[in-house]
Design a protein around this ligand. Structure first.
Ligand SMILES: Cc1cc2nc3c(=O)[nH]c(=O)nc-3n(C[C@H](O)[C@H](O)[C@H](O)COP(=O)(O)OP(=O)(O)OC[C@H]3O[C@@H](n4cnc5c(N)ncnc54)[C@H](O)[C@@H]3O)c2cc1C
Length: 318
């Protein structure tokens, strides 16, 4: 247990958390940044980031995020604490975070623990990064242009799958949405827009049994859910579009979330608990990218500072 109460505790050291830490420190607050097992966040695993401004020609995720961590170290003299928050108590003005046997206390908290793409969990899905299995169309659709043939499938039948499919159309020769259910669940407006393109097709009642290909993707093995008949669908790229899962288990319901578990935030990234803010992929948001996570991090830090100033006035007037 630490006796110290920090001004701001930041949970998560991806683009959102690192930016919050920098901004909170620069605003003069003492901070603790608890980074979990992935300092730098999920970007550190992206083999290439092509859409972050300032890096024409792209940059590896590791290079990009190592420079963010270095800047934090240089400016604040601290590194992300390599621990994971396993529980929280937000019931009092001083909030408490549990990390195994260690406890931390803070007057404001920024939750920036990100989200993970849902995986299919089928054989062949674990190809080397960039070799044909993708989880983010905004990030990776342009990679199709580097391929000789550009036949792509999107697995899923919801809005997320159709947003992915629409993003692929300008880059692909064909795009097939493969859905396990008999009817796709996406909004009709998305389905109609997709089907207007002659390169588009939809296959329903098919589940993915395996991703084929040794190093690069060469196709999908699909099973007809009615007849159990197997077919092989040759293609070069598969995008898994079955959504993302927010990393919020450790909150155990302490904050209001939407049906999928993403934290609901107000305009200044406030949550359902005063003094607790959420930033980046973990919150309800129309776009989940490095640049939006960083912007959230800055705004959450600013809002936490505003909260600390206001609550200090309240405390002194008691
Ligand atoms: C395959 C793929 C490719 C992508 N490519 C791009 C791209 O090219 N360009 C782009 O802009 N975006 C890309 N994205 C999206 C981008 O990675 C995210 O939007 C961004 O990383 C979100 O940042 P974040 O800080 O919200 O969360 P994350 O980056 O997910 O960071 C979460 C942090 O929280 C920590 N954490 C988790 N649980 C705990 C806990 N209990 N206690 C303490 N810490 C915890 C983790 O260790 C990590 O440090 C891609 C996403 C995917 C899935």
């Amino acid at each position: 247990m630490t006796d110290m109460t920090y001004d701001v505790a930041i949970i998560g050291a991806g683009p959102a958390g690192l930016t919050s830490a920098l901004y909170s420190h620069r605003a003069g607050y003492n901070i603790i940044l608890i980074g979990g097992d992935t300092p730098g966040g999920q970007v550190i695993r992206h083999y290439r980031v092509d859409n972050y401004p300032g890096f024409p020609g792209g940059i590896t995720g590791a290079e990009l995020m190592t420079s963010w961590i270095k800047q934090l170290m240089d400016e604040t003299g601290s590194v992300p604490v390599p621990e994971s928050v396993s529980g929280v108590d937000f019931s009092a003005d001083t909030k408490r975070l549990v990390c195994g046997s260690a406890h931390y206390a803070a007057r404001a908290v920024i939750v920036a623990t990100g989200a993970r793409p849902r995986r299919l969990g089928v054989p062949g899905e674990d190809k080397p990064a960039g070799n044909g299995v993708f989880y983010c169309a905004t990030c990776d659709a342009p990679l199709l242009r580097t391929m000789k043939r550009r036949r792509a499938a999107v697995v899923g039948g919801g809005d997320s799958a159709f947003h992915t499919a629409l993003a692929l159309l300008p880059h692909a020769d064909t795009v097939t949405v493969v859905s396990r259910s008999h009817e796709v669940r996406a909004k009709p407006v998305l389905v109609d827009r997709f089907m207007k393109d002659p390169k588009a097709q939809i296959l329903t009642a098919r589940s993915v049994k395996a991703v084929m290909g040794r190093r690069n993707v060469s196709g999908l093995t699909l099973v007809n859910v009615n007849t159990n008949e197997e077919i092989t669908m040759p293609l070069e790229a598969v995008f898994i579009g079955i959504g993302q899962a927010p990393v919020t288990d450790f909150l155990a319901g302490a904050l209001t979330t939407d049906r999928e578990g993403f934290i609901v935030t107000g305009g200044n990234l406030n949550t359902s608990v005063p003094g607790v803010f959420a930033a980046g992929d973990v919150r309800v948001s129309p776009l989940r990218q490095i640049i939006t996570a960083a912007a959230d991090g800055a705004l959450a830090a600013q809002s936490a500072a505003q909260y600390l100033r206001t609550s200090a006035v309240h405390a002194s007037s008691l």
